[in-house]
Design a protein around this ligand. Structure first.
Ligand code: NAD
Ligand code: UFG
Length: 337
């Protein structure tokens, strides 16, 4: 059993990981500003696990807030907090550099001062930009093509520099592919504010009747059906990947890991639409429109290294992603509101 700090633990991935970590016997402290989440998510995690969470409401960039969170006697940190919208990062690059980079620097300084040197960081497949080949191994070039991705690549680099500067650091940067789905209870899930940017929440809002149709961005990609291909990973598989990474770190001496968390399977936009229609029994009307600037034709993980080093691989497929995402959407058509 360890005492773990989850920054951004009330968010989509953080809340699901909280369930898995509590069920594995760990005690949790969450630091969150609730800028993109609701305290209700944490109440539901507590209801699912029957265990309480210590919550510190505050901003990651505020050293006092981070110090307060670490004062709970934390063995390791899972660092989810940050901003994640590609389009917004193009419009507000300084905000992204501030929250994602300054926030991570403040966290690392406070961790060093508190003598806590074990960290799992939420990186992203976005660091690969437009990949030269799929599936993408971790050794592929890091060439992000938007400010969001550049902040993730910069934090990875900062972590590597810190880990190399003194002994005792144990760090894992986890490059997530496309996290989707929800806890199978339908109690917690993804709750985007406003119009979703991402395919899955958009499709589920179309299926539930909140939006008239999906726009499919590009039907002339060099893929089997012409629509974009992605590696969708069920958020519960992703949560289990964090548990595996933490357990490996907590069992090792100095350690620096950079790992893809993906399934290794690619699905096109039209395949997702069909799978969601089947899971929901509802039609998902769509319109084929122009490509979205900055998109890649296909991004699919090579997940072999995570399997080798963590003994982890995904267990749930596209069908479960749609089934669980739909259960959440149906039970909570307005999210946590
Ligand atoms: P999310 O927005 O649901 O969760 C992020 C959490 O961080 C929220 O609870 C938010 O309130 C909190 N937060 C934001 N800024 C903060 C600040 N300055 N101080 C304190 N708390 C703050 O996002 P998510 O989908 O759960 O993503 C979690 C992490 O995973 C992010 O770092 C994101 O970049 C990364 N990631 C997400 C995806 C994805 O598609 N969801 C893919 C790859 C990587
Ligand atoms: N798409 C549509 N219509 C939509 C939304 C998306 O056709 O309304 C298509 C996209 O063009 C793409 C696929 O659906 O082909 C997936 O798009 P998403 O926006 O859901 O996901 P991305 O792969 O573009 O990006 C996501 C996150 C990034 C993250 C990346 C890799 O938004 O932050 O996955 O993890 F970095």
């Amino acid at each position: 059993m360890a005492r773990l700090l989850l920054t951004g633990g009330a968010g989509f991935i953080g809340s699901h990981t909280a369930v898995v970590l509590q069920q594995a016997g760990h005690q949790l402290v969450v630091l969150d500003s609730f800028s993109n989440s609701s305290p209700e998510a944490l109440r539901r995690v507590e209801a699912l696990t029957g265990q309480s969470i210590d919550v510190v409401t505050g901003d990651l960039r505020d050293p006092n807030a981070v110090e307060r969170a670490l004062a709970h006697g934390v063995d390791a940190v899972v660092h989810f907090a940050g901003l994640k919208a590609v389009g917004e990062s193009v419009e507000k690059p300084l905000l992204y550099w501030d929250v994602n980079l300054t926030g991570s620097r403040v966290l690392l300084e406070a961790m060093a001062a508190a003598g806590c040197r074990t960290l799992v960081f939420s990186s992203s497949a976005t660091v690969y930009g437009i990949p030269d080949h799929v599936p993408i191994p971790e050794a592929a070039p890091v060439q992000p093509n938007n400010p969001y991705g550049r902040t993730k690549a910069a934090v990875e680099q900062m972590l590597a520099d810190v880990a190399a500067s003194e002994p005792g650091w144990r760090v894992a940067s986890l490059r997530y592919f496309n996290p989707v789905g929800a806890h199978p209870s339908g109690q917690i899930g993804e709750d985007p504010l406003g119009i979703p940017n991402n395919l899955f929440p958009f499709v589920s809002q179309v299926a539930v009747g909140q939006r008239p149709h999906l726009k499919v961005f590009g039907s002339d990609w060099p893929t089997p059906d012409g629509t974009g291909v992605r590696d969708y990973i069920h958020v519960m598989d992703l949560a289990e990947g964090h548990r595996a990474a933490l357990e490996v770190l907590l069992d090792s001496a100095d350690q620096q890991l950079t790992l893809n968390l993906g399934s290794g399977q690619g699905h096109s936009v039209l395949k997702v639409v069909q799978a969601f229609e089947k899971a929901s029994g509802r039609p998902v009307p769509y319109e084929l429109v122009a490509r979205r600037p900055g998109d890649a034709a296909s991004t699919v993980a090579d997940p072999a290294l995570a399997k080798e080093l963590l003994g982890w691989s995904t267990r749930r497929g596209l069908e479960e992603c749609c089934r669980d995402g739909w259960a959440w959407q149906q039970a909570n058509p307005s999210g946590y509101r």
